[in-house]
Ligand binder design. Structure first.
Ligand code: PMP
Length: 424
């Protein structure tokens, strides 16, 4: 075994990985575009953008230069009482592309913290107004991160089991579809009418960790309209869906109604640095914008608005808004639609769906649809052997690639998926 891997085994505890019986990690020496280059000279296509963060390819030269330049000017500064040009430029850039009702940017450093900030903002909004509203409504199957607040508003299951007694209580509604629409709307209205509901949190149109489950914008619009009519705040978790993933800049761009608060992260820096952002509308600010010190939002992380991360995000933004990248997103979107047509009638496929740059193939596996589905253990090595990184969610194989992937590279992945499906 390579010396590095020996030390890795001895010293490092990897995320979402059992200490025994898990697969050994693959040693990556470099990245280039959609490829991860292994220590034993294989080139693996990163078909999941390294946990959905990478937008413009690995070791992107524009982002790398922005970070290197910034590192020689200012690597970090405390963000209370101080500010810096990269953060200000980034706030301006983000507000350019976020839904028009978003008016202020609060920085943190990952997706879970962006969600924690969103929840705390919503709860404190009511507290500052001296109105008792503390309950949260979430969607069945939700995943909002691994910190306690984020776990509380997420699906309870194997991952959260040890902590259940310590998570706060949340009202949950089913993921809406055209089949259950009236039931879900009815239950939702009853909850916001009868309970002291502070906020409704949702992953708009696409639930990632739940298995890339999609649901209709029309129904989400109706839920938000009901929430607003009973003065319930709406929080859109766009940690996964932001920055073009669903085909539009944000999934909320498919909606007529706009959320009061948004959490974004992952693609914000093009996948180069850790950064989280929570944005909010003027309505939220009203409850904080006064001279009562006790109503301050007392929240902040050491690496808030880190200048290197903000520089990476500004560089990623410039690539993202360029027509070249927008065309890449369109190409992937159309290509995925074609793949869905190819797969949807296959007798081993329960459901095939795409939304923008995401395509998911849910396999027909008797009696098992969970994350721990046995088939999962076969899928990952099958694709790694073919130099493709795909991390299935249970029996769902999905692709969420960096935007600079070519049509040929996509076809290579599609063919490998077809080969796998034919083998079951
Ligand atoms: N919200 C959503 C919708 C996510 O998909 C994730 C991460 N997969 C998070 C929040 C948490 O982000 P992070 O892993 O950066 O804490």
């Amino acid at each position: 075994m390579n010396e590095f891997l020996k030390k890795d085994k001895e010293l490092i505890w990897h995320p979402f990985t059992p200490l025994q019986g898990g697969v050994d990690p693959i040693l990556i020496k470099s990245g280039n575009g959609v490829y991860l280059n292994t220590a034993d000279d294989k080139k693996i296509i990163d078909a999941v953008s390294s946990w959905w963060v990478n937008l413009h390819g690995h070791a992107n030269p524009v982002i790398a230069k922005a970070i290197a330049d910034q590192a020689q000017i200012l690597e970090h500064v405390i963000f209370a009482g101080f500010t810096h040009p990269q953060a200000i430029t980034l706030a301006e850039n983000l507000l350019n592309i976020l839904p028009s009702n978003q008016s202020k940017i609060f920085f943190s450093d990952n997706g879970s913290t962006a969600v924690e900030v969103a929840l705390k903002m919503a709860i404190q909004y009511w507290n500052n107004k001296e109105i008792k509203k503390e309950r949260i409504i979430a969607l069945d199957g939700a995943y909002h991160g691994d910190t306690f607040g984020a776990m509380s508003v997420g699906e309870r299951g194997m991952f959260t089991n040890p902590f259940h007694a310590l998570l706060f209580d949340v009202d949950v509604i089913d993921l809406p579809s055209f089949d259950n629409e009236s039931d879900v709307l009815h239950k939702f209205e009853n909850l916001v009418r009868s309970r002291d509901v502070a906020a409704f949190i949702f992953e708009p149109l696409l639930q990632g960790a739940a298995g890339m489950r999609t649901y209709p914008a029309e129904i989400l619009d109706k839920l938000i309209r009901i929430a607003k009519s009973f003065d319930t705040l709406c929080i859109a978790d766009e940690v996964l869906t932001g920055f073009g993933r669903t085909g539009k800049m944000f999934a909320c761009d498919y909606l007529a109604e706009k959320p009061d608060i948004m959490a974004i992260s992952k693609g914000i820096t093009g996948g180069a640095m850790a950064l989280g952002v929570t944005s909010c509308s003027n309505k939220i600010l009203e409850a904080f914008d006064n001279d009562d010190f006790t109503k301050t939002f007392f929240h902040g992380h050491s690496y808030t608005a880190n200048p290197l991360a903000c520089a990476a995000a500004n560089a990623s933004y410039s690539i993202l808004v360029d027509q070249v990248c927008q065309n890449e997103i369109k190409m992937i979107t159309e290509s995925h639609k074609g793949f869905v047509k190819r797969m949807k009638d296959h007798d081993k496929v329960r459901n095939a769906r795409s939304l923008g740059t995401m395509v998911a193939i849910e396999l027909e596996v008797k009696g098992e649809t969970s994350y721990t589905s046995e088939i999962r253990k076969r899928i990952y090595p099958f694709f790694i052997e073919r130099n493709i990184l795909l991390r299935p969610l249970g029996n769902t194989i999905y692709i969420l690639p960096p935007y600079l992937i070519t049509a040929e590279e996509l076809e290579t992945i599609y063919k490998a998926i077809e080969e796998f499906v034919a083998s079951i």
